[in-house]
Design a protein around this ligand. Structure first.
Ligand SMILES: Cc1cc2nc3c(=O)[nH]c(=O)nc-3n(C[C@H](O)[C@H](O)[C@H](O)COP(=O)(O)OP(=O)(O)OC[C@H]3O[C@@H](n4cnc5c(N)ncnc54)[C@H](O)[C@@H]3O)c2cc1C
Length: 462
């Protein structure tokens, strides 16, 4: 299988045309945060206009509990929406940023729910002059939908606990992921007590309609983007493995073919990734993210994977003809992010994959594009010949930084990068590699004066 630029290099044909610039990520981020804040403001208004004068400690505590409950009820669908894989958000902000917001918001939400529960129990016990334990039993077993709500809340706390960094590190990714799906059940179970006990919803039918709209709209978007679109794509493209090729020790490329791939290519950009589910025993249960390591459009899709564990290690044993379900494309690590004419692509290890695809297609004049690729030995380099062929075709610079750190020191220093590119601060930098390398490179780029907004990073950890 030959990539388009390798073909172009041989025929002398021009590189693919520059893609259109998408909306600026920071503009979308600000707009989204503005919408979320406005929604929170509307929730405060809902509480305010339904709250008459507050007299005495019991009312203050109970009303505080109501407010925290409303905010938690609003946060739940917002957090789900962030992970709904809505293309506009995913392709401008990037899945990694959305996942970070989701995780941070999740921590806030656990705090909101906990405060809500404590204040409501305390406030009701002050009003009824009963003990906290008695009041808790009373609420859980005698208020409408509160038993369901309590089970949902306990599920939510369980998901929060297993998502804490320390707990998550000790768990297999798939175990954590499947436990995390319980959040949907938790949200469903807690939904009804909000409507049957929340004073603003009991009294105001338009508030009820708004709440239903928020939750049902979120459910519809999840159903569409996370389930129906992938199933539609599965039947349309009928993807299957064509070939598995060894690239380096522990690194293989998987070539995938299918029907109407030109349609898929038209909505996919170099630098993006899919979640790949290989329908073969042992692999069908997990959908792992891998970036395209060649631009889409050559009649096949190619991923290149380094063995890290069960899923990545099993790909070397895939057989031609294995059916594939590819969910995507996702991610914002594309040419749309770049803002200046000069580009530096900085890769470490298997982080070369999205950069290999970008190296071929990101618009740049001859001399305006550089790829620096750090690997611990020549044996570990992948795509060496391909990269050289692309560099020659595009008039691009290519530097391999080889050797273990114990022997060559730290090659990603500001001084070394400036020696290679004296005008480094005029570049957009695309960075992908192991976390340690990314940290070192960021420090070097910062020292060299590259503004943070020009550094674009794809993390291989979601
Ligand atoms: C956007 C993105 C693009 C990626 N592109 C590539 C690529 O082109 N080539 C490549 O070799 N690797 C890539 N990775 C990393 C790759 O997804 C993981 O190494 C692989 O999924 C590990 O799974 P495992 O079962 O082999 O190992 P495990 O030992 O099970 O997992 C190792 C670590 O990988 C992560 N991981 C595992 N499963 C998933 C999952 N389903 N979703 C998200 N993270 C998971 C977890 O952090 C886990 O701790 C990419 C990751 C992301 C997030």
């Amino acid at each position: 299988m030959t990539s388009t630029v390798q073909a172009a290099a041989r025929t002398g044909a021009p590189a693919p045309p520059p893609p259109a610039r998408g909306p600026h990520a920071e503009t979308v981020a600000r707009a989204l945060l503005g919408v979320i804040a406005a929604g929170a403001g509307a929730v405060l208004w809902l509480w305010w206009q339904d709250t008459a004068s507050i007299v005495g400690a019991a009312q203050w505590v109970t009303n505080g509990g109501r407010l925290f409950g409303l905010l938690a009820g609003y946060t739940a669908p917002v957090l789900v929406l962030l992970m709904a894989r809505i293309p506009l958000l995913d392709r401008t902000l990037g899945s990694d940023r959305l996942a970070r917001w989701h995780a941070t918001g999740g921590r806030y939400m656990v705090g909101l729910v906990l405060t809500h529960v404590l204040l409501i129990v305390w406030g009701y016990s002050l009003t009824d002059r009963t003990g906290l334990v008695h009041q808790t039993t009373e609420l859980v077993f005698h208020y409408p939908d509160l038993l369901k709500g309590t089970i949902g809340t306990l599920l939510l706390f369980t998901v929060g606990a297993v998502s804490a960094r320390a707990a998550r590190r000790r768990m297999r990714y798939e175990t954590w992921y499947h436990l995390h799906l319980l959040t949907y059940l938790a949200i469903f179970l807690t939904f009804f007590h909000q409507l049957s006990n929340g004073a603003e919803f009991v009294r105001d039918p338009s508030a009820r309609a708004l709440w239903y709209g928020l939750y049902l709209g979120t459910g519809a978007l999840i159903l569409w983007f996370r389930f129906l679109v992938p199933v539609r794509d599965m039947y349309r493209h009928r993807l299957r493995v064509a070939e598995v090729r060894t690239e380096a020790p522990g690194v293989v490329s998987v070539f995938v073919i299918g029907d109407y791939l030109d349609e898929l290519a038209a909505r996919t950009r170099s630098g993006q990734f899919f979640r790949w589910r290989f329908l073969t025993p042992g692999l069908g249960w997990s959908a792992n993210p891998y970036s395209l390591s060649a631009p889409p459009g050559g009649g096949y899709l190619r991923i290149t994977v380094k063995e890290q564990g069960g899923h990545s290690g099993a790909l070397a044993r895939l057989r031609p003809g294995t059916r594939v379900l590819a969910e995507g494309p996702y991610g914002a690590f594309t040419a749309d992010r770049r803002r200046s004419p000069k580009v530096l692509l900085l890769a470490g290890g298997v982080g070369i994959t999205p950069l290999r695809a970008l190296f071929e297609t990101i618009p740049a004049a001859p001399g305006g594009l550089t790829l620096v690729y750090r690997a611990s030995s020549a044996e570990d380099l992948v795509f060496g010949a391909e990269l050289e062929s692309i560099a020659a075709a595009r008039g691009a610079r290519l530097r391999f930084l080889l050797g273990p750190r114990s022997e060559v020191g730290e090659p990603l220093q500001a001084r070394a990068l400036l020696a290679l590119l004296p005008d480094l601060r005029e570049h957009d930098v695309y960075l992908c590699g192991p976390e340690g390398l990314v940290r070192t490179a960021r420090e070097a780029l910062d020292t060299a004066g590259v503004p943070a907004r020009r550094i674009h990073h794809e993390s291989f950890e979601l």
